[in-house]
Design a protein around this ligand. Structure first.
Ligand SMILES: [Zn+2]
Length: 281
């Protein structure tokens, strides 16, 4: 670490649990952030200020005036610009040492697989189930930790699927893809601006802890926030031994999962997940 790095990250280094060793792990890490919207904005900002070595920021959308209420990576001057590039500019302005790789596309198939394989942690900041399940399959296959967040209206959810561990549940264990779930469009339902900040920042916290190897992650716990009453709930859940994705009979552990048909139509409208009651144990 250079003198400038020691100074820049001194308030991290001062933390007994983190120290120079933990900060060095963050500096050496590659974080994949899928989605540069309400959740991806604060998540990417904190990963960049904390000095994560490489940050791949993926979003197929462009900045729109209605995004600015909550998507704090973007500015009015960058309306119309690709969100990934707008995000790169915001992150470079704060910490130019971070290698930000902007990708304007909807990740799928081999490309998603390759990126997940090269990442040390994956942050799901997307707004539709099909992409969430595709990211989960790739993370299960490559045994990469997945930090998942969701926010709609005043309801937020955060969890970690620490898939390097055999007994850790995956996203599909909690939210089975085949289940008839309701998807609700953000544009119709609305979302409270600071809620996305709280959830996205929590995702950054979990990602940095995983990278530094400190603390206890949210693996096996779903944190749910009702921002209207500012009430948090902590629901424990276990791995589903019959899970179609991470279970023993799943092809996802092998390379077969890539041969599945595309999980979503290319023109699918962006949607947000609604908060559901998670299975308690
Ligand atoms: Zn599973």
């Amino acid at each position: 670490m250079t003198d400038e790095q020691l100074l820049r990250y001194s308030r991290h280094i001062l933390l007994d649990a983190l120290g120079i060793e933990g900060q060095q792990k963050i500096l050496d890490a590659h974080a994949l952030v899928v989605g540069a919207g309400g959740l991806g904005s604060p998540a990417a900002l904190y990963l960049a200020t904390a000095g994560v070595g490489r940050l791949t920021l993926v979003d197929d959308d462009t900045v729109d005036l209605t995004n600015l209420q909550r998507q704090i990576l973007h500015t009015e001057a960058r309306v119309g610009m690709a969100k990934a590039e707008s995000g790169r500019q915001a992150l470079a302005a704060i910490n130019p040492a971070v290698d930000v790789v902007p990708l304007q596309k909807r990740l799928a198939g081999d490309e998603l697989d390759t990126l997940v394989a090269s990442a040390d942690v994956v942050l799901d900041c997307t707004d539709n189930f099909a992409t969430r399940h595709a990211i989960n399959r790739a993370c299960v296959h490559h045994r990469k930790p997945l930090v998942s967040g969701a926010a709609i209206r005043f309801d937020g959810q955060i969890s970690v699927y620490d898939l390097a561990h055999d007994d850790a549940p995956c996203y599909h264990c909690l939210f089975p893809e085949a289940e008839d779930v309701e998807e609700t469009r953000c544009a119709v339902m609305g979302v409270f601006a600071p809620l996305t900040g709280i959830v996205g920042s929590s995702q950054a916290a979990e990602a940095l802890k995983l990278l530094a190897g400190i603390g206890e992650s949210l693996s096996g716990r779903l944190l749910m926030l009702d921002a209207l009453s500012m009430t948090w709930r902590n629901v424990r859940f276990r791995r589903d031994p019959a899970c179609a994705v991470c279970g023993p009979n799943s092809a996802v552990r092998s390379g077969e999962y890539l041969r599945r048909p595309a999980a979503h139509p290319a023109d699918a409208a962006p949607v947000c997940r609604t908060t559901r009651t998670a299975p308690a144990n």
